[in-house]
Design a protein around this ligand. Sequence first.
Ligand code: GDP
Length: 240
Amino acid sequence: MTEQNKSGTPVDDDAGDASAAQAAAHKSALAWTHTARFLTTASQLNQLPQTELPEIAFVGRSNAGKSTAINTLTQQKRLAFASKTPGRTQHINLFELGPKDAPDALFADLPGYGYAAVARSAKQRWQEVMANYLQVRRSLSGVVLMVDSRLGLTELDRNLLEFVAPRVGTGEVRLLVLLTKADKLNRREAGAALAATQAVLGELSSDEADIGIALFSALSKAGVGDAACVLRDWVHPAAA
Ligand code: GDP
């Protein structure tokens, strides 16, 4: 689109249009993520409600910044706080999104893994619950894996990816890897973190797979609007 600037000279405003369109897309996607509200908590798979709603699971090592990312994406200070309260740290916490009378998606906050102080038996039990969830939860339509951008994908993250890899490969489950705390990296380090993650995720790629990687910072808000757009598009592919 061509407009005139103040001095009356025509200027090409394409770049301005693009960023205005992007800002509008971010705004509407973030308005959607903001609707998230606590639904229920479950310590076992068979306690989760059977649902037709598409479910997006948030996973990551403990301390990866998962709770902060969920709170930032939903613009709610304490939403993922439930997942941190004693007794609930090993639960799957479900949040419902969309209009109250017509919910359209669920977010599932899965327990953080790799926390050294957890007893071995509890770790094993949780590994099984997570593996089971990722392999068989019918309504699972996407996984958001939070990875500390300074650590990159660790062995535990790769183990987790293996559980869901078959469903990612067929395109049944989408995958978004968020490299968190990106504010701590300079430009060169950020590029290296993206490249290293890309190299690992390449193993999962196929014609059908939908895999994304993005830098994310709750502090600078980098990547927040884009991540919200990705999640909203998973649920509402046609939405602008
Ligand atoms: P969780 O265990 O994965 O839920 O991790 P938390 O959300 O509790 O975050 C772990 C630590 O990382 C906390 O001290 C957060 O303040 C910090 N953190 C989380 N996100 C960011 C971020 O975007 N930038 C920075 N600098 N620190 C962050």
